[in-house]
Structure formats: C-alpha cells, structure tokens
Ligand binder design. Structure first.
Ligand code: IPD
Ligand code: CA
Ligand code: CA
Length: 285
C-alpha cells in the first residue's frame, strides 16, 4: 500500500481549496495507523473509561499524531474521542477523529481496528462530511472518500454490493458500552434481524463495519449509541460508494443521531421495516 500515491490521487480529486487538508489528513491517518500497528501485540497500558470501555496507550499515541497534524488545518475545530468531552457545539467546520476505533479488539490482540478521520461542515443546511479516511493498518487497507468524487480502497474505486434480498445478506452490528445495563433492546433488535439475514457479524469496530458496507463485504450495518467519531468518515465512504444511511426508521442520519442503519441501498427498507420497531427517534425526518 503506497500512501504517497493515495494522497496524490486524493489531491487531484480534491474539492476546491481542500487539497492540502485532504493530503495532510490522509497522511496523518496513515501515520496514526502505523503507530498503532507498531504497538500491536506488545503489552498494553489498559485503563477503564467505564465498566467495559477501555483506552490504551495506542489510543493516546494515535490521537496525539492526529491532533498535532490537524490542529488549525482547514480552519476547522477538533472533535477527537480522547480529548473532546463537550459535543454540544455543532456549528462550523470540524475534524472528527476516532484515534483508534476497535480499542477492545486492539487490547485483546484481535487485528480489526482503525483510526478514522473526517472533515465535516455543519451549518443551517445541516451536517455534511466533506472527506474522510478509515485506515485498517493490519490489512494495509486505506478506505477514503471525497464528497461527490467517489469512494476508494487504496487506489481503486469501490461500490456497494448488488444483493437485493435480506435473506442473502451478510450484516454487521455492534453493542453499546452500556449493554450490561440495557441488554434487552439490543437483543430484541438482534433477534428480529438474525431470523431474516443470511448472517450477522459483530467484529467490534463501527468505522470498519461501515467501510465494509461500502466495498460490498457487508450488505448492511446497524447500531445504537455510536459517537460522531465512530461514523463521520464511514458514512461518506458508504454514500459515495452508492449506499445509503439513515436512522432506524429511514429518517435522516448524521453522526449526532444515536442510531444508524447503513446499507447497499437495495436492502435498506427491509432493514428499516424491522429496525423501525426499535427506534428511539421521535418521528421520521
Ligand atoms: C467502539 C467500536 C465498536 C462499537 C462501540 C464503539 P471504540 O469504538 O466502534 O464496534 O460497538 O459502540 O464505541 O471505543 O473502540 O473506539
Ligand atoms: Ca470508536
Ligand atoms: Ca476509539
């Protein structure tokens, strides 16, 4: 995988005035992923943010690499998982950063994790991710997208799967960190989906689940209570690859909405017909 070639391709496709920001942020996502990879398999300094919610030295190292590269770049503020605790400011331009999506996997030596970096604009018209990247360092897979310019895995354009039947679809989901306290809703949704899908995977990194929908490895994905940094980059990769994202009822999704359905578009209604029963969103938007 050659990051220089990816960055130069992304720069050619860049939206006006964003060439530098795209190139530097994609480079930083790559460097962050490489730093995590170097720490993989070594003993970890694991701390608990909650009962089952971990943070390791790799999360902090990756976040330091990303924040120092992105600070002030593109006139945007930083919203990063390990240093941003106030998510109420929602107007302007933001770098939305998950330094290590899949921390539990990383801490257990399960090689499915990635930094995720997105550049988003929020104004009176609503939320929009303009470009983003998710880099899976153990597999050498760099997923990226630029609004209106397509979605890519390394240097190749990617597209969603063409499967139309839920019963032939491989889906992904995840469980929120308060699942010990609230297992019923999660399990009820899972029970309704498991009898309809061909298969369900819970691999433990929402950003990767999303880009796997984008490249057709999964037909669909759903999860509740994700944070903006889990989905901000992945949703653009999905939509630029021809897929669809919504809330559980089929209403508008943005990374501040606490429930997401992402799919190839063709099975979307079949998913929202089921998941709509478990929605916490007030009305269809
Ligand atoms: C988590 C992963 C996981 C999802 C959790 C997320 P983290 O992110 O994306 O798949 O189920 O809800 O919080 O904590 O590893 O960055
Ligand atoms: Ca995450
Ligand atoms: Ca994380």
């Amino acid at each position: 995988m050659e990051i220089e070639k990816i960055c130069s391709k992304a720069r050619q496709l860049a939206l006006d005035g964003y060439g530098d920001a795209i190139e530097k942020s994609f480079h930083a996502a790559y460097e962050a992923g490489q730093a995590i990879k170097e720490l993989y398999g070594k003993p970890h300094d694991v701390q608990f943010k909650g009962e089952i919610d971990l943070v390791t030295e790799a999360d902090y190292k990756s976040e330091a690499i990303l924040t120092s590269a992105l600070e002030g770049l593109g006139g945007a503020e930083l919203m990063a998982e390990e240093s941003t605790h106030d998510l109420t400011k929602r107007e302007g331009r933001f770098w939305i950063v998950d330094p290590l999506d899949g921390t539990t996997n990383f801490a257990h030596g399960f090689p499915f994790f990635a930094p995720s970096v997105a550049f988003a604009q929020i104004d009176e018209k609503g939320y929009e991710t303009l470009f983003g990247a998710v880099y899976v360092p153990l597999l050498g897979e760099f997923f990226w997208a630029i609004k209106g310019k397509g979605a890519y895995l390394n240097l190749d354009e990617i597209g969603v799967s063409k499967e139309r039947e839920l019963s032939r679809s491989l889906l992904a989901t995840g469980f929120p960190y308060d699942v010990h306290q609230h297992p019923d809703d999660v399990m009820a949704a899972m029970k309704s989906m498991i009898v309809r899908a061909q298969g369900i995977r819970r691999a433990g990194a929402a950003a990767i689940d999303l880009v796997y929908v984008a490249c057709g490895r999964f037909e669909g994905f759903w999860e509740k209570k994700l944070k903006p940094w889990d989905t901000a980059a992945g949703i653009l990769v999905v939509t630029e690859a021809g897929g669809k994202v919504s809330d559980y009822k089929g209403g508008t999704y943005n990374p501040f909405v606490p429930e997401i359905v992402a799919s190839n578009g063709l099975i979307h209604e079949q998913m929202t017909d089921i998941l709509g029963n478990f929605s916490c969103q007030p009305t269809n938007t």
